[in-house]
Design a protein. Structure first.
Length: 350
């Protein structure tokens, strides 16, 4: 019965949607909210089934950001109807199988009758749908502005699958957050942006007609693999060994520069002495770029992520066909931090 009581609390305490409620707890702390999940969080619930409903509202809030009240009232109504069936001596297993059958039928009905293809809706309908879903909670006043931003972003990442259908992956849109500006200063970047800066101050801040190398290995001083020992009898040979280790890294950097790369994105570390070669060549090098960003930029610019320079024979070389192309790469300060922007890419997949 605690579950049904909780449903009534939700119905009565939330009242009409859009009105703020003031809650005062035992020690006098005041909470003003119209969010169902926040109200349920404040309740001291001990009944296990009621706790499931509270968790349900929090999961809904975390995953979708809206509909917290509706999901509790709907679940409570289902429990209420199920309770009536059990009172009529219908076994709980039969009630559960009935609920599962209803779930399958409702999903089937939604997909066949209520879901409409994006292509047939038109842009206005998409903007209205985005506006409705963003009007609650945080973005109430700015929902018009962000609706346009969201529709533009999702339209840009549309791709055609092999079966001919169009796909709009949400994960292909990268969201960067910064402090120090208004939310209305948010912008959709025509290309891609990452939260990173040039690895050395001597590098140029902007490069046009960029050729980008994507490397997923260290450009540090070369070290022998674990378990390999070098026995040195002549102390003078030590310096030669150290120099040879540095020369291996220098050779790798030179390969990238000779291939025509003027922007190098590295998923791992780049030593300071290796940065010196890039500075002298006028190349922008960025270290420790997240691998997800590296793959996305490579897809957008038609490049390939290179994991090793070695071929089957052990010889090292860099193929210029692995380079990605982009009209402009530049560093710009937005709010409190610097970001790298990649604009004018050959394909817009992210």
């Amino acid at each position: 019965m605690a579950v049904l009581a909780l449903s009534n609390i939700v119905k009565t305490s939330l009242g009409p949607q859009g009105l703020d409620k003031m809650l005062v707890d035992d020690i006098g702390d005041v909470t003003i909210t119209n969010d169902g999940a926040t109200i349920l969080k404040q309740l001291e619930v001990t009944h296990p089934a009621a706790k499931v409903l509270v968790e349900l509202s929090q999961i809904q809030d975390r995953e979708v950001g809206d509909g917290t009240t509706s999901v509790v009232i709907l679940a409570s109504e289902l429990l209420k109807r199920g309770n009536e069936l059990i009172k009529n001596n219908i076994h709980a297993t039969s009630v559960m199988s009935g609920f599962r059958l209803a779930l399958r039928e409702s999903v089937k009905f939604l997909s066949s009758n209520l879901s409409v293809k994006v292509d047939s809706l038109g842009r206005d309908a998409l903007i209205n749908a985005a506006k409705t879903s963003m009007s609650s909670k945080l973005l109430n006043a700015e929902s018009d502005f962000f609706a346009n931003l969201v529709v533009n972003a999702m339209s840009n990442v549309g791709s055609v699958k092999p079966d001919g259908s169009k796909s709009y992956p949400v994960k292909a849109v990268h969201i960067l957050k910064t402090h120090g500006m208004s939310s209305k200063d948010s912008q959709l970047v025509d290309g891609y942006a990452i939260e990173a800066t040039r690895s050395a101050q001597g590098m140029p801040t902007s490069v046009t007609n960029a050729k980008i190398a994507f490397v997923d290995f260290n450009l540090n001083k070369y070290r022998l693999a674990m378990g390999v020992q070098v026995l040195v009898h002549d102390p003078e040979a030590l310096d030669k060994i150290r120099q040879a280790e540095m020369d291996v890294a220098k050779k790798r950097c030179q390969m990238l520069i000779d291939a025509g790369a003027n922007v190098v994105l590295c998923a791992r570390g780049i030593d300071d002495f290796a940065l010196k070669y890039f500075v002298e060549a006028g190349v922008i090098a960025i270290r420790r770029v997240p691998k997800s960003d590296l793959r996305r930029i490579a897809n957008n610019s038609g490049g390939k992520v290179v994991v090793s320079l070695a071929d089957i024979e052990g010889e090292e070389s860099y193929d210029p066909s692995c380079l990605g192309t982009c009209e402009r790469v530049y560093e710009k300060r937005v709010g409190d931090w610097e970001y790298m922007f990649f604009e004018g890419m050959s394909q817009t997949r992210a």
